[in-house]
Design a protein around this ligand. Structure first.
Ligand code: SAM
Length: 235
């Protein structure tokens, strides 16, 4: 998979994709991640990427021309209808579909190239959404000052689901949301720490009982913290 991030602050990403699973996935050739400076696609002398809003009001709006030029350069297409198959262009926005593990899985399974647009200021000229964007995604009901942190969240969540990205020692199978539940609690050595003991069943070696206990704990936690996840299950 190829992930291209469009931003006016490329330095923001520094080494953020150079750790753990993402780093391994890059080195193994599972994913290629490139960060592009939108400014480089601005044709005017001052490389302007934002301007005042039509209709007045506070703040600035990101201009369409450099973003159209960047997306065209990266996808080879001037509009959504002409993208190569399996190309997705994501606009990060608080007005988008709330990101979920299901959306992450869909992108990880279906996309070959994902272009991620990071907004700033009041947001991006709406014509970018109209002509270029395939998916408008929000990472939650709050407003960030820019799309960059959201791009890191989205990229991380997608890359760990790419085939072979997790390696043999980890699995996404029992992660929260994978089977409609939150994950169960986890423990490691020592078996007793400051008087707090690891649940006996985990030391028993009885794998069937351990599985049962994990499922029960996942269910209890989900009921307590996220009962909404169980609504579909109960009818
Ligand atoms: N005026 C916009 C609104 O109220 O919908 C908010 C603009 S916000 C200050 C600037 C940029 O941050 C957005 O264009 C978007 O790229 C990013 N952003 C802010 N909150 C976000 C969220 N919850 N999810 C994804 N991106 C977000």
């Amino acid at each position: 998979m190829k992930i291209d991030v469009l931003t006016i602050f490329p330095e923001f990403f520094g080494q953020v994709f150079d750790f753990g699973i993402i780093r391994r996935a890059k080195l193994a050739g599972i994913v290629e991640i490139n960060v592009h400076d939108i400014r480089e696609f601005a044709a005017d002398k001052h490389r302007m990427t934002d301007d005042r809003p039509f209709g007045g009001g506070d703040g600035m709006v990101m201009k369409p021309e450099p973003i159209f030029a960047a997306v065209e350069h990266l996808t080879g297409a001037a509009e959504r209808a002409e993208y190569p198959a399996a190309t997705r262009v994501v606009m990060l926005s608080p007005q988008g579909r709330p990101l979920s593990q299901q959306i992450v899985r869909e992108l990880a399974e279906d996309a070959v190239q994902i272009v991620i647009i990071c907004g700033r200021y009041e947001g991006v000229d709406e014509r970018v959404n109209d002509a270029l964007v395939t998916d408008e995604i929000s990472i939650g009901d709050y407003v960030l000052s820019g799309g960059e942190p959201a791009a890191v969240v989205l990229t991380d969540a997608i890359v760990r689901l790419l085939p072979e990205a997790l390696g043999s020692e980890t699995s996404a199978e029992n992660d929260s949301f994978s089977n409609g539940l939150l994950d169960c609690p986890h423990y490691t050595r020592p078996a007793e720490f400051r008087g707090m003991k690891v649940p006996e069943v985990l030391l028993s070696g009885d794998h069937a009982e351990i599985e049962k206990w994990r499922r029960e704990m996942a269910m209890q936690k989900t009921k307590k913290v996220r009962p909404d996840l169980l609504e579909g299950e109960n009818g």
